[in-house]
Design a protein around this ligand. Structure first.
Ligand code: AMP
Length: 409
């Protein structure tokens, strides 16, 4: 229940029933095969594409047409919004909340950092507060994003009595099965695990009247297209769809188009803009020199908080250990870590307990940490698209960020 003495009030790490702190990551869908299966597709990107001066763009000041109190939201939600300290709605919230509250389908073209979570969570929770028999399912590409959404929902729904379940890979099945038996109002999860539950009969999607897809573009990037098709086909025809994606290319339109009914499409300017990122390369000679070069970079003034990308889970683990032995405050984030370890690494990074995080592309997706100063590509990304995703982690919220890519001489 989203109330003080409920399972959603327990600490997030380790002991939480749903996060399955001690579970291994072995049997999951995207942590194992999917990331590595892309290795063979490495593009040969000329290093000149990694060099570009930042052209800081003034973030356009959006003038909202509503305040939160204008929205036709349940009083409890208004109280919790207030407690969270949200004063003005962001652009996507301002434009998406009113039609979503009217029950319309929404297509939001927005990425992390725009406030899109509240744009779907508030109308969704409002529906359930008005009718507690209603249920909603939220599908997100990564466990980290699913957890962030769950935390956001928990804080909006505090003391509401609404219940939730988090269905993510890498966590034990038992607690999730128990949670599902209680018929939770909100189910949040990653595609592979949701599909597993549908297939074993523990989740009946026909009972859900609201379906949220978050970061559709990333779900497709990660190879979840068939899982998404399967999940959407299982949902109730009378559902309300709230779909969000950073981009809306024809492939995405084709996937979601047939599930939408007269959707309201809202596009917002994103804060993940690589124009704000100063991009440069670091040349190294022999591979034995590479680590020392990285050491030099990390002790440079201004390198305050960095995410360091390496290619493989093993590479990330090794690099993390090496940096730790050199005295850096660092942790590693990759698919072989247990869910509890991943959540802990992220929490320590967010709270500045550590200032460096070594990660694989997949593990880093959807991470919302606003104050990263540097993105360091210790190994070059597989594709230019991956490069853009990586460097978008720096230069958020109108600040200039830095991206440094290691290139062999
Ligand atoms: P999101 O794009 O949903 O991941 O949100 C990005 C960050 O902005 C999160 O830390 C939210 O808690 C925060 N946020 C979202 N909406 C608002 C708002 N209206 N006012 C202040 N902070 C917000």
């Amino acid at each position: 229940m989203y109330s003080n003495n409920s399972r959603f009030s327990r600490p997030r790490s380790g002991s939480s029933r749903s996060s399955g702190g001690s579970a291994s990551f072995g049997g999951t869908r995207y942590g194992g095969g999917r990331s590595n299966s892309r290795k063979g597709l490495k593009q040969n990107i000329h290093h000149s594409k990694f060099i570009k001066a930042a052209k800081p763009v003034e973030a356009e000041q959006y003038v909202p047409t509503h305040t939160f109190s204008d929205f036709n939201l349940h009083a409890l939600l208004k109280k919790n919004i207030d407690e969270k300290g949200y004063v003005t709605p962001s652009s996507i919230q301002d434009q998406a909340i009113p039609p979503a509250l009217e029950g319309k389908d929404i297509v939001g073209i927005a990425n992390t950092g725009t406030g899109k979570t509240a744009a779907f969570a508030l109308p969704m929770l409002n529906t359930m507060l008005n009718d507690k028999s209603k249920r909603a399912i939220v599908i997100a590409p990564t466990r980290e994003l699913a957890e962030q959404i769950e935390q956001e929902c928990r804080s909006f729904a505090k003391t509401s009595g609404l219940s939730g379940a988090l269905l993510i890979g890498g966590a034990a099945m038992g607690p999730q099965l128990r949670d599902l038996r209680d018929r939770p109002n909100v189910v949040i999860g990653t595609p592979g695990r949701i599909k597993d539950h549908v297939e074993r009969g523990s989740l009946n999607l026909a009972q859900f009247s609201i379906v949220v897809l978050d970061e559709v573009d990333r779900m497709l990037d990660m190879g979840f297209i068939n899982d998404i098709r399967f999940i959407l086909a299982e949902t109730n025809e009378e559902r309300q769809c709230l779909f969000f994606s950073a981009t809306l290319d024809p492939k995405i339109q084709q996937l979601i188009g047939s599930f939408l009914r007269n959707p309201v499409t809202i596009s917002v300017r994103t804060s993940e803009n690589s124009d704000n990122v100063h991009q440069d390369v670091v040349f190294y000679g022999h591979s034995s020199e590479k680590l020392d070069k990285l050491h030099d970079v990390l002790i440079t003034a201004g390198v305050e908080k960095a995410i360091i990308f390496d290619e493989t889970k093993r590479g990330v683990e090794k690099l993390g250990m090496e940096l730790q032995s050199r005295g850096f405050k660092v942790d590693a984030l990759h698919g072989d870590k247990s869910q509890g370890q991943r959540a802990k690494a992220l929490r320590r990074f967010k709270s500045n307990e550590i200032n460096f995080l070594v990660a694989t592309d997949v593990a880093a997706r959807g991470i919302d940490v606003a104050d990263i100063t540097h993105v360091i590509n210790y190994s070059t990304p597989n594709t230019y698209d991956d490069y853009t995703h990586r460097i978008g982690r720096a230069g958020r919220a109108g600040r200039v960020g830095y991206a440094l890519t290691f290139v062999s001489k």
